[in-house]
Design a protein around this ligand. Structure first.
Ligand code: HEM
Ligand code: HEM
Length: 187
C-alpha cells in the first residue's frame, strides 16, 4: 500500500512552465521532422515558426532553471526505491540540459549556415548570429547532426518520463502526477 502524499505540489510558476515548455518541445519535434521532408508544403514558413518557438523554449528554460534553483520541489513519495529516485533525477537533469542545449545547437546551426536567410523570430525580431560560430558548411552539418541527436534524446527521455508518471498514477497511485496536475488531487 503506497504512503499517501501530503498536499505538496509544484508551484504555479513551475507547473505553468512545465506544461508550456512540454507542449512547445513536442510540437517542435513533430514539426521539426515534418519540415525537413521534401513533400511538406509551406516549409519555409514552418522553419521560421520552428526557430521562433525554439528560441522561446530556450528563454523559458533558462528562466525555469533559475526559478528551480531558488524553489525546492515538493518531496517525492517515500515509497520510491533508490533506483527510482536516481532514475527520476537523471531524467530531470537530462531534460534541463537538453531543453537548453538543443535550442542552443539550433541557433548555432543557423548561425553557421552560409545560406542567405534572414532569421526573424515571429517574423518580427531579427535573430542575431551566435557570436564566435564560424560560417561553414562542415560546421553547419556537424551542428545539424548534434541538433537532431539532441532532439532524439529528448524523445527518449520523454518515453521514460511519461512511462514513470503513468506508472506512479495508475500502479503506485502515490499522487506524483498530481504534483504537476493539481486538479487530479481534487477528484
Ligand atoms: C527545444 C528546441 C528544439 C527542438 C526540440 C528542435 C527539434 C528539431 C527536430 C526534431 C528537427 C528535425 C531533425 C532533422 O531532421 O534535422 C529540427 C530541425 C531543425 N531545427 Fe530545431 N529544434 C529546436 C530548436 C531550434 C532552434 C532554436 C533553431 C534555430 C534558431 C532550430 C533550427 C532548426 C533547423 C534550421 C532545422 C532543420 C535542419 C535540417 O535542415 O535538417 N531548432 N529541430
Ligand atoms: C517534452 C515534454 C516534457 C518535458 C521536457 C518534461 C520535463 C520535466 C522536468 C524537467 C521535470 C522536473 C521538474 C523539476 O523538478 O524542476 C518534470 C517533472 C514532472 N513531469 Fe514532466 N516533462 C514533459 C512532459 C510530461 C508529461 C507528458 C507528463 C505527464 C504524463 C509529465 C509529468 C511530470 C510529473 C508528474 C513531474 C513531477 C515529477 C516529480 O515530482 O518528480 N511531464 N518534467
Amino acid at each position: 500500500m503506497a504512503t499517501p502524499l501530503s498536499n505538496d505540489r509544484y508551484s504555479r510558476v513551475a507547473i505553468a512552465l512545465h506544461w508550456a515548455i512540454a507542449l512547445m518541445i513536442l510540437s517542435l519535434i513533430v514539426f521539426g521532422f515534418l519540415m525537413t521532408q521534401e513533400w511538406m508544403p509551406q516549409r519555409f514558413t514552418i522553419y521560421q515558426w520552428h526557430k521562433s518557438f525554439g528560441i522561446t523554449v530556450l528563454i523559458l528554460s533558462l528562466f525555469r532553471l533559475i526559478w528551480r534553483l531558488g524553489h525546492k520541489p515538493p518531496p517525492l513519495s517515500a515509497d520510491m526505491k533508490k533506483w527510482e529516485l536516481s532514475a527520476a533525477k537523471v531524467t530531470h537533469v537530462g531534460f534541463y540540459v537538453l531543453m537548453i542545449g538543443v535550442p542552443l545547437l539550433g541557433w548555432a546551426m543557423v548561425s553557421a549556415s552560409r545560406l542567405p536567410i534572414e532569421n526573424k523570430l515571429f517574423f518580427l525580431i531579427p535573430l542575431p548570429d551566435m557570436p564566435g560560430v564560424p560560417s561553414s558548411d562542415a560546421m553547419t552539418d556537424r551542428l545539424k547532426l548534434l541538433h537532431e541527436i539532441g532532439a532524439k534524446l529528448i524523445l527518449f527521455l520523454f518515453v521514460l518520463h511519461v512511462g514513470g508518471a503513468l506508472k506512479h498514477h495508475f500502479v503506485a497511485k502515490d499522487g506524483t502526477l498530481a504534483r504537476m496536475i493539481p486538479a487530479l488531487r481534487r477528484k
